[in-house]
Each structure stands twice: as structure tokens, then as C-alpha cells.
Design a protein around this ligand. Structure first.
Ligand SMILES: [Zn+2]
Length: 118
């Protein structure tokens, strides 16, 4: 996974790459285990194993040097067009702020997609 942070004036900046391969760990069962824990179908034994592996992964990450986790280099890249910035507007039902254009006009007012579906 990579992301470039660029100066809009000249296109100069840095490219930050997250070396996700550092997560290639010896625990092949981890993804399945995590699914079962999140679904709530894991046994007590599996939950313990999950927590043990999770701690081990966290520890392995914390002892790594920055350049083992990220690759950072100076770049000069063509700039993408400016992103359109939309106003945030409050949903008339749940009061959450929603991006303009993601609201629906209903009898109850301007509401978010979630509330419009109710
Ligand atoms: Zn809403």
C-alpha cells in the first residue's frame, strides 16, 4: 500500500510505502481465527490462541525499525486534479453530518441514505 504526499506548487514530495508483507507471518490460521472471533463463533481455546498470536504480531511490529515497516522516498509526480470539497450537512433525522449530495429529500426533510431507508 503506497501513498504520495505532494506539494501542489511543484509536484515534489514523498512517497510512503507500507510494507504489508511484514504481516506475512507463520500463523496461517490467523485470518480464519480472527473471522471466528469477530463473528463470535470462536471457542474459548480459539480466543486464547487468537490473543496470543495478536500480541506476538504487535510485538513483532513494535520492534521493527521504521525502514522495515515503511519505504519512504522523495518523488516528483504529476499532480491529480483538485478534489471537489463538499459541504457537510446535518441529517434531519439522526443529526449526523453527511456530505452534501449524499442526502435525500424526503417528507421528513433532508436525510442521510441510512435514515431514508427506514
Ligand atoms: Zn440520518
Amino acid at each position: 500500500m503506497a501513498m504520495s504526499l505532494l506539494n501542489r506548487k511543484n509536484g515534489e514530495g514523498v512517497r510512503v510505502y507500507f510494507r504489508s508483507e511484514i504481516y506475512a507471518d507463520p500463523h496461517k490460521e490467523f485470518p480464519d481465527l480472527m473471522s471466528r472471533v469477530l463473528e463470535g463463533t470462536a471457542s474459548e481455546e480459539e480466543k486464547k490462541l487468537f490473543n496470543r498470536i495478536k500480541k506476538e504480531r504487535e510485538r513483532n511490529l513494535l520492534i521493527k525499525k521504521d525502514n522495515e515497516i515503511f519505504s519512504i522516498k522523495r518523488v516528483k509526480e504529476p499532480l491529480p486534479p483538485m478534489a471537489r470539497i463538499f459541504k457537510s450537512i446535518k441529517c434531519d433525522i439522526c443529526s449526523e453530518m453527511v456530505m452534501e449530495g449524499k442526502l435525500r429529500k424526503t417528507k421528513k426533510g433532508m436525510v442521510c441514505f441510512s435514515c431514508a431507508g427506514k
